[in-house]
Design a protein around this ligand. Structure first.
Ligand code: NAD
Length: 453
């Protein structure tokens, strides 16, 4: 087997020849059938789980350095969610990978049996984003391993401390003949994308998503693109506004708004908008105190480029609460903007930060038209208790639809997670990850002893 590294860090040169050698090595391992047995998959999943539980403190330190994530958020949304996924695979691996018998209902093949068999694809490439740099990397990696693949693991370079830690830890825990970490950014990923993979799983923005899909097309490689977009929130009349504001603030401002499924903007009628503005100011104070910059519970913007981008969006509408910034600390206060018009800068791109615009609509019809006039979002949220639920489900398209508590649909591993249209393609979590990283092979077995017509 070719001698290549188990991890390429930023100190290494990463040439096309080295990249090709590492993929060859992983493919050679795959061809030995080492990754196929469920015992190997279980062992790898267990080791990945061990990595998380053995290194909780180091992971929390890295995430604090990258994003000032607080310990509770790291435990719940990075380590906890990833362990839940791994435990799910460990519990259901046999069931989810078992061949599925199919009834043979057509004439002409008497006595036949048929089944769908889940075949691992080969060498998968997993490219992750920086905002949840543990979860967004290791959940798909766990899915790829559970499905019996070799994996090239590309952490997100902006979360530099977490990336370096993973480059050190992953080779110490996983089978290095079947997995390799490649640290780096666009340059290193471009080198990787020249190669033939059997699956590419990409999380990030749509511009790079197109680059990934174009590269994959050369080899007819299947892709999953987990992208973003502006996820709207519809707030109905006559809802309990204090509860709505509390749940909105809690989800919108987690990780300083840098969450792919964060509520992006609110649509509601003018009376409810006025009530909601006041209630959000109270909810934000309850979560982060008078000065969120000194609160341990509040994060920071990943870098100055994103800080500058967000600062420019603060000019839209009228600031109801927040609006303060500190570039040296990459701090943007939890901010609510009212009276925002649809043509203002904050409504022209995914916000991906702690700014919540409120727009007014006359009624549900206008809200549905507003949503359908724009790209299909990764998530659609609504706070309502009536027929509005049925209408939103029937009359709009989005990656996920969630009533009552934004973002939490992605923490339910029995649901597929993914986008549609501009928010992405393909999905994962739980058994859906096994399907994504497998080929569903049709197997028909016709006995030789029977006459066929
Ligand atoms: P990012 O900058 O970390 O980029 C993502 C990955 O793309 C990185 O690993 C990076 O190295 C790689 N990359 C960057 N430029 C490249 C190039 N030219 N060629 C090849 N690879 C390249 O993350 P981002 O794009 O800023 O992430 C934010 C976006 O991702 C938002 O739109 C957000 O909604 C979306 N997102 C989606 C999900 C999801 O699960 N659907 C999760 C997180 C983030």
């Amino acid at each position: 087997m070719t001698d290549t590294k188990a991890a390429f860090t930023l100190d290494d040169t990463f040439t096309a020849a080295e990249a090709a050698a590492l993929v060859d090595r992983l493919r050679a391992t795959f061809r030995t059938d080492r990754t196929r047995p469920l015992a190997w998959r279980r062992q790898q999943l267990t080791r990945l789980r061990d990595l998380l539980t053995d290194n909780r403190a180091a992971i929390a330190d890295a995430l604090y350095a990258d994003l000032r994530k607080n310990r509770a958020e790291v435990d719940a949304m990075e380590i906890g969610t990833t362990i839940t996924e791994i435990d799910d695979y460990l519990e259901h691996l046999e069931e989810w990978t078992a061949p599925q018998p199919a009834p043979v209902t057509v004439p002409g093949v008497p006595g036949s049996t048929a089944r769908t068999q889940f075949d691992p694809l080969g060498v998968a490439l997993v490219i992750s984003a920086w905002n949840y740099p543990i979860n967004l990397l290791l959940v798909p990696v766990a899915g790829a391993l559970a499905a019996g693949n070799s994996v090239v693991i590309k952490p997100a370079e902006y979360a530099a401390h977490t990336s370096a830690l993973l480059a050190e830890l992953l080779p110490a825990y996983l089978d290095t003949d079947a997995t390799t970490v490649v640290e780096g950014g666009a340059a290193e990923t471009t080198v990787l994308l020249e190669l033939h993979f059997d699956h590419i799983f990409y999380t990030g923005n749509g511009t790079v998503g197109r680059i990934v899909m174009t590269a994959a097309a050369k080899n007819l490689t299947p892709v999953a693109l987990e992208l973003g977009g502006k996820s709207p929130v519809f707030v109905d009349r006559d809802t309990d506004i204090a509860t709505v504001a509390q749940r909105l603030a809690q989800t919108k401002f987690a990780n300083a708004g840098q969450t792919c499924v964060a509520p992006d903007y609110v649509l509601t009628d003018p009376d409810t908008a006025a009530e909601l503005q006041a209630a959000l100011a109270v909810a934000i104070k309850g979560l982060f105190g008078e000065d969120p910059q000194s609160s341990d519970a509040y994060g920071r913007i990943i870098n100055e480029r994103h800080f500058d981008r967000l600062s420019a969006l603060l000019g839209s509408g009228r600031t109801v609460t927040g609006g303060q910034t500190d570039r040296a600390d990459t701090y943007v206060a939890p901010t609510v903007l009212a009276d925002v018009r649809p043509d203002e800068p904050v409504m022209r791109e995914e916000i991906f930060g702690p700014i919540l615009p409120i727009l007014t609509v006359a009624d549900l019809d206008e809200a549905i038209a507003f949503i359908n006039d724009r790209d299909k979002p990764l998530a659609l949220y609504a706070f309502t208790e009536n027929d509005t639920k049925r209408r939103l489900a029937a009359e709009t398209s989005s990656g996920g639809l969630n009533f009552g508590l934004p973002m939490h649909h992605l923490a339910v591993p029995t649901l597929p997670f993914g986008g549609v249209g501009e928010s992405g393609m393909g999905n994962y979590h739980g058994r859906y990850s096994i399907e994504t990283f497998s080929h569903r092979k049709a197997v028909l077995d016709v006995p030789l002893s029977r006459n066929v017509h």
